[in-house]
Design a protein around this ligand. Structure first.
Ligand SMILES: O=C(O)CCC(=O)Nc1cc2ccccc2cn1
Ligand SMILES: [Mn+2]
Length: 259
């Protein structure tokens, strides 16, 4: 507060980051979901959007997963979201790289600031690459699902939206989260430009994307909890070894003529 008792607006970059971290920690602890608007600001948000639309017109997006939909009595296969994975290091997506480092800064700082240095009792030590997704907008949707149902190590989902002048009534594409413990209440998130959303990736947050009727872009990052990730990798390694020795036995049996 300055002498008139007016609350000082955080002005420096660091104060803005700290303020945002406090909001993320508070909302994640209270709701398991957190929405922050004007995350990058108009200019930097637009440069991220331009890179994404540039990639899309270049056709780097893989065809989305097939969603066969019974339309009257013929199976109409429509494609869901189209995705591409990038690490944001190459020159052609340096602005996406800036977005990624900005989200990293918030998550890692929040991890430090939270009580005993853990946000939601996690110790975050890494993340996936950025998944850039596009819904082509012919009524494509994403069925209700959980990002991490079986402890693969991912603890926080961060989704950055890029859709300007988005009108939910006309364009659809609402993200609906069904947070565990909210009874019949839901969290309806409109995929607005320069909005970032955080939520726990596990079974606490089943979610769906309702049919979109305009091209809908989003960039997703998943952050890893150190111990859950380590355990998941150990389990995966054991499964791989078991499969290898199993196929070895079969080979030995068939080559030695045993039935
Ligand atoms: O765009 C949004 O608002 C969220 C869409 C969404 O949930 N996408 C998504 C996409 C996925 C792609 C591969 C594996 C798991 C995945 C989980 N979730
Ligand atoms: Mn998801």
């Amino acid at each position: 507060r300055d002498e008139e008792g007016i609350i000082e607006e955080p002005c420096g970059e660091q104060e803005v980051i700290d303020e945002m971290c406090r909001i993320v920690i508070r909302d994640m602890d209270q709701f398991g979901v957190c929405v922050v608007d004007n995350f990058l600001g108009y200019k930097r948000g637009m440069s991220v959007l331009q890179e994404v639309t540039g990639m899309y017109t270049k056709g780097v997006f893989k065809d989305g997963q097939l969603v066969s939909k019974k339309v009257k009595n013929d199976l109409k296969t429509i494609r869901g979201d189209q995705i591409t994975w990038i690490d944001g290091k190459d020159e052609s997506c340096k602005n996406i790289g800036l977005l990624i480092s900005q989200v990293d800064a918030i998550i890692l700082r929040a991890n430090k600031m939270a009580n005993n240095g853990k946000i939601g009792n996690y110790t975050i030590n890494g993340r996936t690459k950025a998944m850039v997704a596009c819904y082509p907008g012919h009524g494509t949707h994403y069925v209700k699902h959980v990002d991490n149902p079986n402890k693969d190590g991912r603890c926080i989902t961060a989704i950055y939206y890029l859709n300007r002048d988005w009108n939910i009534q006309q364009n659809g594409g609402l993200l609906r989260i069904f947070p565990e413990g909210w009874q019949d209440k839901v969290a309806d998130i409109e995929p607005f430009f320069d909005r970032i959303l955080f939520f726990w990736s596990d079974r606490r947050n089943p979610h769906e994307v309702q049919p979109a009727f305009k091209t809908r872009y989003a960039i997703t990052l998943w952050y890893f909890d150190a111990s859950e990730r380590q355990e998941a990798c150990r389990r995966h390694k054991t499964e791989m070894e078991a499969q290898a020795s199993e196929s070895n036995n079969i080979v030995n049996k068939t080559s030695s003529g045993e039935s």
